[in-house]
Design a protein around this ligand. Structure first.
Ligand code: EPS
Length: 362
């Protein structure tokens, strides 16, 4: 089976299942000389992890990264970096019933139809546990992008069900378990999530991710557009059903005179394009949003079928997230960073000699 790798020059391959002994990734193409230690993975892995608040899955994983290769005396060597995280808190008995039924709205059914065999424990390969390794790989990418280009990638929860932020403060995002940019609403979110959890149901969410400091020129027309690669990378995150770049679908109702970002020698007047024109970065912030569906593993019985082809009611036991979007912010940041890293190297390979071309809008 292929398609567990992505990127052309900064290539990430992930492997592992939610209830297997370990998950891991191999990063190939990391530039040599980047200082990196196992401790540096801690912060982002903790931001993404389960069991950090009552509003997410209560599975408790240590998520300790072991660097198996590609680093010598604290620096990347340019050879493949293998990262490993051992699974320690699997509770596979929760999935006893799922082995012979299909959760409505879950990949259970399509994996079965495709392969004729599946690991039902914790969703196996289709589990959001896999995103741990994306976040780990992106720690390397984020560090290189920041050091080499001053790029900063950060995200926030832009909608939870029908609730939208009433204000915006980047500093607030890191101070609550929702990655919510308006501190005054956190209590309200907690109440909504408590009620949702008690009801046994789930809800969708929207996450926005912003990369500042991206220079103009990254992205390759026509089949390697920066927005095309970003859309594919973001869409590959579990539960994602929609991706927008910049104004996205709001552009449908806009006029050209409104949507275009006017240029002055001292800056752009707006950023409806989300920092990408013709598949190439403009130098403005790259902005993307994702829509995440409500978790399909819920306590409310749903009609389905079993392996014997009989109608059944399915109730999912286990330690599930009532809103997967709550933990998706670091994952979306990771996918943005990995795509940018790949494109930074691709731009350097083909156009590194072009240098800065005048005029340039700051
Ligand atoms: C998940 C189901 C839960 C989550 C898991 C994602 O797993 P389990 O049923 O095994 O407890 O805890 O998330 C993680 C373990 C993680 O690290 O993100 C699912 O069905 O996708």
């Amino acid at each position: 089976m292929s398609s567990n790798s992505f990127g052309k020059l900064f290539t990430v391959t992930t492997f592992g299942e939610s209830h297997g002994p370990a998950i891991g990734c191999v990063i190939d193409g990391c530039p040599p000389g980047l200082a990196i230690s196992e401790e540096e993975f801690r912060q982002d892995l903790d931001r993404r992890a389960t069991g950090k608040s009552r509003h997410t899955s209560q599975r408790r994983e240590a998520d300790e990264v072991e660097i198996l290769s590609g680093v010598y005396e604290g620096k990347t060597t340019g050879t493949p970096m293998a990262l490993l995280i051992r699974n320690t808190d699997q509770r596979s008995k929760d999935y006893g019933d799922i082995a012979s039924t299909f959760r409505p709205g879950h990949a259970d059914y399509t994996y079965w139809q495709k392969y004729g065999i599946r690991d039902p424990r914790g969703g196996g390969r289709s589990s959001a546990r896999e995103t741990t390794m994306r976040v780990a790989a992106a720690v390397v990418a984020k560090k290189w992008l920041a050091e080499r280009h001053g790029v900063r990638v950060r995200g926030y929860l832009a909608q939870l069900g029908n609730m939208a932020p009433a204000g915006f403060d980047w500093d607030a995002v890191g101070r609550n378990p929702f990655f919510w940019p308006c501190e005054g609403q956190v209590r309200e979110l907690e109440k909504a999530m408590d009620a949702l959890r008690k009801s046994g149901d789930s809800v969708g969410a929207r996450v926005t991710v912003v990369a500042e400091g991206v220079p103009p020129g990254w992205g390759e027309p026509v089949y390697g557009k920066l927005d095309g690669d970003l859309a594919a990378a973001l869409m590959s995150i579990n539960a994602v059903k929609g991706v927008e770049i910049g104004d996205g679908f709001a552009a449908v109702e806009q006029r050209g005179s409104e949507h275009r970002d006017e240029m002055h020698l001292d800056g752009f007047t707006s950023n409806h394009a989300g920092g990408i024109l013709g598949g190439i970065s403009t130098g403005q912030a790259v902005v993307a949003s994702i829509a995440l569906k409500p978790t399909s593993s819920i306590l409310i019985p749903g009609r389905s079928i079993n392996l014997a082809g009989e109608p059944v009611d399915v109730v999912t036991k286990g330690r599930h997230d009532p809103c997967v979007g709550i933990r998706a912010t670091p994952i979306a940041e990771a996918m943005m960073a990995l795509v940018l890293m790949d494109h930074a190297l691709r731009h350097r390979a083909q156009c590194g000699d072009v240098g800065v071309v005048a005029p340039r809008i700051p």
